[in-house]
Design a binder for this molecule. Structure first.
Ligand code: SF4
Ligand code: SF4
Length: 434
């Protein structure tokens, strides 16, 4: 079995405070759900309900405003009791509808009606995916309908890459979802490929997950188009788009298979596509890895969108001590949360609470010139030089030009013994055009 890898840099990323990957537990339904009108990078949805209105489980409550915006649905039945807004750590303001749980569920615990999709056109499938507000759940949250729409004028063939690379231990929820919902992931892949008029599906797995890879391959039997299985090393950031493409180019050369353009989606997104098209169900809940050194009982949980993170932490036994940092996503790239009332959203694949001493502590000293950051940078950048340039402590020209090549993997920051905020500074400065 050939195992592919990117050639330079990267780290073996481990964290003993992530939850075990054996199974998931279902979180309690929240009495109050906080449903943000934007749950990804993009424009917010326009609310179509107001305070006092009754809503049903899965009912449309916010309508997307075209490209870059996604429909928002109520995740529990009840009444809209107020609207709230809050400032996020990035300085952006978010707005949400608060729903008080009340009344019967239309989907939870009910017999699920199956809708056949094989006779639907790509256009009809895209319309359903847009209608149910499906977004990329393991990444930026970009609407999947936008991604599919952008393929409409592709001249090259298009390949769907099913991204099952577990290079980051905080992807535990994706891993558990894949094990528990493998048939939905497989069928979601076939639906996505049809919706995007794609010519091939490639399953990409970390080499430690051969059993899972073979099982998913078995589930793809009968697929309408060719399916290949590719193994990679699990060195972080193998899952990043750039490193994934490097590996797939090497696979292409070795196998003589032309992949053309690539659309990479992860297991949670593909299961959501399955649910939208086959069950007519929006994203009501998601698998979340809850962990970190401050959490008493880390676990993978199936959580309703809109549940406040404070309630989730309480279900994990609460804190062992006052957390130093709470956040959402992988700690390497994730978003800091400022309030325990912030809700789980469509892209919250992990939430964490750290004591001081874990990543994000404040013990910063001067650069010792050890060079570790250069060794691990997969792009071949000099993070030390970029950081100093952007901080104004080194004014040599020519350094900042390559900052745009940084894809923000965070490797440099993790290995820096002086705990300098390298990637954070480089990305922020690159975005500001410094
Ligand atoms: S400079 Fe950018 S690409 Fe290089 S290791 Fe740091 S975050 Fe990753
Ligand atoms: S890893 Fe940190 S201390 Fe070492 S050279 Fe890079 S910035 Fe300096």
């Amino acid at each position: 079995m050939k195992v592919y890898s990117f050639l330079r840099g990267g780290i073996r990323y481990t964290d003993a405070t992530v939850p075990p990957r054996d199974s998931s537990i279902t979180a309690f339904l929240p009495g109050l759900s906080v449903i943000p009108l934007v749950q990804h990078i993009g424009s917010k949805a326009n609310p179509v309900v107001t305070v006092g209105d009754r809503v049903g489980e899965g009912m449309l409550i916010g309508r997307g405003q075209g490209l870059g915006s996604a429909n928002i649905h109520a995740t529990v039945p009840g009444r809209v009791v107020r609207t709230v807004s809050w400032k996020m750590a990035e300085g952006l303001t978010n707005n949400a509808l608060v729903i008080k749980l009340d009344g019967g569920f239309e989907k939870l615990g009910k017999h699920e009606e199956i809708f056949p999709w094989q006779s639907l056109s790509p256009f009809e499938l895209q319309r359903i995916i847009a209608e149910y507000g499906i977004v990329e759940m393991e990444g930026s949250g970009r609407p999947v309908s936008d991604m599919l729409y952008s393929l409409r004028s592709a001249r090259d063939p298009v390949t769907l890459v099913v991204r099952c690379v577990f290079d980051d231990p905080w992807l535990a929820a994706d891993y558990v979802l894949l094990r528990e919902r493998m048939k939905a992931v497989a069928e979601g892949s076939r639906i996505a490929a049809r919706a995007g008029r794609m010519g091939r599906i490639v399953l990409v797995f970390s080499r430690g997950e051969k059993d899972l890879g073979n099982k998913l391959m078995d589930c793809m039997a009968g697929a309408e188009l060719p399916v290949s299985l590719v193994y990679t090393r699990s060195r972080y950031p193998q899952r990043n788009r750039r490193e994934l493409e490097l590996v797939l180019r090497r696979f292409t050369r070795k196998e003589g298979i032309e992949l053309g353009m690539i659309l990479a989606l992860g297991p949670a997104t593909l299961a959501a596509i399955h649910d939208a098209v086959k069950l007519k169900k929006p994203i009501l809940d998601r698998y979340v890895a809850v962990g970190g050194s401050a959490i008493k009982k880390p676990q993978v949980m199936k959580v309703r969108i809109g549940t406040r993170v404070g309630e989730i932490f309480a279900e994990c036994g609460g804190f062992v001590d006052q957390p130093r940092r709470i956040g959402s996503g992988s700690p390497l790239l994730g978003r800091t949360m400022v309030d325990l009332d912030e809700p789980v959203i469509k892209t919250s694949f992990a939430i964490f609470a750290f004591l001081s001493g874990q990543i994000g502590g404040s013990a910063r000293t001067r650069c010792t010139g050890c060079g570790e950051c250069r060794v691990v940078c997969p792009v071949g950048l000099d993070p030390e030089a970029l950081y100093k340039y952007m901080n104004g402590s080194d004014s040599r020209d020519g350094r900042a030009g390559r900052a745009a090549e940084c894809h923000g993997c965070g490797c440099c920051e993790v290995v820096c013994p002086s705990r300098l905020p390298l990637s954070t500074t480089i990305i922020r400065s690159a975005l500001q055009g410094n």
